[in-house]
Design a protein around this ligand. Sequence first.
Ligand SMILES: CC(C)(COP(=O)(O)OP(=O)(O)OC[C@H]1O[C@@H](n2cnc3c(N)ncnc32)[C@H](O)[C@@H]1OP(=O)(O)O)[C@@H](O)C(=O)NCCC(=O)NCCS
Length: 191
Amino acid sequence: MIPTRYLVRNADVDDIATVTQLLQASYPILMKSAYDSAMLAPALELMTRANPKLLSSGTYYLAESEDGTVVGCGGWTRESPGGGTAVEGIGHIRHFGTHPGWTRKGIGRAIFRRCEEDARASGIREFECYSSLNAECFYSALGFERIGVLDIQIGPEVSLTSCHMHYRFRDETERQFLADKEHSEDRNGAV
Ligand SMILES: CC(C)(COP(=O)(O)OP(=O)(O)OC[C@H]1O[C@@H](n2cnc3c(N)ncnc32)[C@H](O)[C@@H]1OP(=O)(O)O)[C@@H](O)C(=O)NCCC(=O)NCCS
């Protein structure tokens, strides 16, 4: 039987090969609708390598299926992806990916919820994110707002057009309202 359930756990450096494997399975397939190959191919060379510093940060997470297969990844850091100075209260969303066979099952959302929970406990109140163009709909569904579209330098002579997005942490009342809204939309959709 094909497993369909998963758990979210902290990553560590021992997961490096597994995460690289996941990124290599995910990004080329799921990003190709949004980019031409001249821009995507050199970017993928860099983006599909797991980042050991992220894996050992304590704030990078994996979704693991019942049979132990890693099917999703993502996390957050205080530093921006380019290594800029940390700003009090602001966190940066990093390196999200779901296996193409596991998309639209809530894995990205579950990892994001874990990011939000841990970041909130560490005093973070806003997230920023440089989203791939294909993932803008995902971050919008989580409550992010678009700041603008720009080319991000991801390596020497390698850039990727990305969407700069912002997320403001909600207080308990707002969170309850949004959860109820999501629930009622799900119910209406099912009728
Ligand atoms: C973006 C990505 C991580 C989303 O992962 P996922 O596990 O499929 O996301 P979820 O199932 O949690 O989706 C949550 C919501 O986001 C929205 N969403 C996700 N993917 C979407 C898509 N392709 N089109 C429209 N909406 C989408 C939906 O509202 C979805 O809820 P629903 O399925 O109940 O309608 C995944 O598509 C991916 O790995 N993409 C390639 C890598 C990438 O671009 N990563 C981002 C780098 S910044």
